[in-house]
Write a protein that binds this ligand. Structure first.
Ligand code: AMP
Length: 214
């Protein structure tokens, strides 16, 4: 299954992507995670990206498209993948279509995770991520058993720099302007499905499985 997850920052795409990985055994390709790793590794790309990410802006298309192309060519993507956070605008979506049509492997589904705007802010400010395994928590809705410590691997939980309040507003604006039009884009292609992203993580996941026909 070749799947794109759409949705505003904080809609829970990453959390659901990880559950889909476990169920279907296909990789999650998160451009945000790839960029954060480059930042943590201190590569030249990471240094350049951090400045943009901290402002809540989008990293240049040519950079992310290059990263995704490289990732899609890897062996573990042969049976499908979950794209999480890519594409982020129409130019990226068109380039992805071009690459996939050259590979003769078009997308199967674009799944939009829909969450009310007012809920997004609380979700984003409460979000904490594990430094070790990237597992996500929310101090309001799904806290870890021990504050600041990952239930899964014992790693340290941290708040992403771009989950601070000033940056979040900009990220939501960028989403509205650049990314939300993709709902129409995939709707016109006839591969759009939508899921209501409210309720418990498991409830949402069950809905997704039903929508995907599993
Ligand atoms: P995310 O974890 O998907 O919310 O991404 C965090 C940040 O990484 C975004 O706010 C952007 O600055 C950058 N980023 C991630 N994916 C993309 C993309 N497809 N295009 C441009 N910038 C991206």
């Amino acid at each position: 299954m070749r799947l794109v997850l759409l949705g505003a920052p904080g809609a829970g795409k990453g959390t659901q992507a990880k559950k889909l990985v476990d169920k279907f055994g296909i990789p999650q390709i998160s451009t945000g995670d790839i960029l954060r790793k480059a930042v943590a590794d201190g590569t030249p790309l990471g240094k350049e990206a951090k400045i943009i990410m901290d402002k809540g802006e989008l990293v240049p298309d040519s950079v992310v498209i290059g990263l995704v192309k490289e990732r899609l060519a890897q062996d573990d993507c042969k049976n499908g993948y979950i794209l999480d956070g890519f594409p982020r605008n129409t130019a990226q979506a068109e380039e992805l279509d071009k690459v996939l049509s050259e590979m003769n492997a078009p997308l199967d589904v674009a799944l939009s995770v829909d969450v009310d705007k007012n809920d997004l802010m609380k979700r984003l400010t409460g979000r904490r991520t594990c430094r070790g395994c990237q597992q996500m928590y929310n101090i309001h809705f799904s806290p870890p058993q021990k504050e600041g410590v990952c239930d899964k691997c014992g790693g340290e939980l941290y708040q992403r720099d771009d989950d601070k309040e000033e940056t979040i507003k900009n990220r939501l604006d960028v989403y509205e302007k650049a990314t939300a039009p993709l709902i129409d884009y995939y709707g016109k292609k006839g591969i759009l499905k939508s899921v209501e992203g409210v309720g418990s993580i498991d409830d949402i996941f069950n809905r997704i499985c039903t929508i995907l026909g599993y």
